[in-house]
Design a protein around this ligand. Structure first.
Ligand SMILES: Nc1ncnc2c1ncn2[C@@H]1O[C@H](COP(=O)(O)OP(=O)(O)OP(=O)(O)O)[C@@H](O)[C@H]1O
Ligand SMILES: [Mg+2]
Length: 228
């Protein structure tokens, strides 16, 4: 049975597709069978995979399923026997039924958050949704993934402190602001394809992958998500 990961945040541009594709690509490179469900009408994940160079396909299958809307959980369930990991990339729209639907069947939801005040305020919406769905899907685990971090700014440090009070645990791994992530989208791959010039990005993505695998390997507590 596939482990199901959803990447969600109503805030646009927080790094959902980046996190979804880096994780899915890493699982694929580790010889796992991986399906990315692009549930965003923007189709960014589908286009990402389509940008891969000839002879070097993206190491996971990417299916555009935005038309499924609030029934995406049913689509996901059709694939659970065929894959090791299913990663659902959600759209940013506040009124989209997709995140709620995907969370119903997910083992883990990752919420990429840029450590800035506006992005933190916007994340309260998804926090509420996760808490509500946690009452129905009691095994659902949730983690905030700090993205586009800039370590030497006091604003970022303050924001990371605020994140810790959020009711959703924050991953130890965080992704910094690096051109390697933009390049990966352009070339339809993951940061690992870029070799030594992307060494720091590769290390932090590997750390995130390892952390995610550890979470998925640990049986969930009775009800994981804090109701606040
Ligand atoms: N850590 C990072 N460093 C540098 N650029 C990044 C990083 N993370 C994401 N980006 C870039 O920021 C932009 C937005 O990222 P991405 O598309 O992953 O966000 P998203 O949350 O999926 O956006 P949307 O809400 O529109 O779906 C992209 O151009 C991406 O390449
Ligand atoms: Mg996206």
């Amino acid at each position: 049975m596939a482990k199901i990961l959803t990447v969600a945040n109503q805030k646009g541009g927080s790094g959902k597709t980046t996190v979804a594709m880096q994780l899915a690509g890493c699982f694929g490179r580790r010889d796992k069978k991986v399906l990315v469900i692009d549930a965003d009408p923007q189709g960014t994940a589908v286009r990402w995979a389509a940008s891969a160079e000839d002879g070097k396909p993206f190491p996971a299958r990417v299916a555009g399923l935005s038309a499924a809307g609030g029934k995406v959980h049913r689509e996901v369930q059709k694939f659970v026997d065929d894959y090791d990991y299913i990663v659902v990339d959600c759209p940013p729209a506040v009124d989209s039924p997709v995140p709620q639907s995907a969370l119903l069947v997910s083992d883990l939801v990752l919420v990429p958050v840029i450590p800035s005040p506006a992005d933190l305020w916007a994340a309260t919406g998804i926090q509420q949704l996760i808490s509500n769905i946690g009452d129905i899907n009691e095994g659902l685990r949730a983690r905030i993934v700090p993205n586009m971090c800039q370590p030497n700014t006091s604003l970022a440090r303050d924001a990371l402190d605020v994140l810790k009070d959020f009711g959703i645990p924050v991953t130890d791994a965080c992704l910094h602001l690096r051109t390697a992530y933009r390049r990966a989208a352009v070339f339809g791959g993951i940061v690992h394809d870029q070799g030594a010039q992307a060494r720091q990005a590769i290390e932090e993505v590997d750390a995130l992958v390892d952390e995610v695998l550890r979470i998925l390997d640990t049986p969930p507590a009775a009800k994981e998500v804090d109701n606040g």
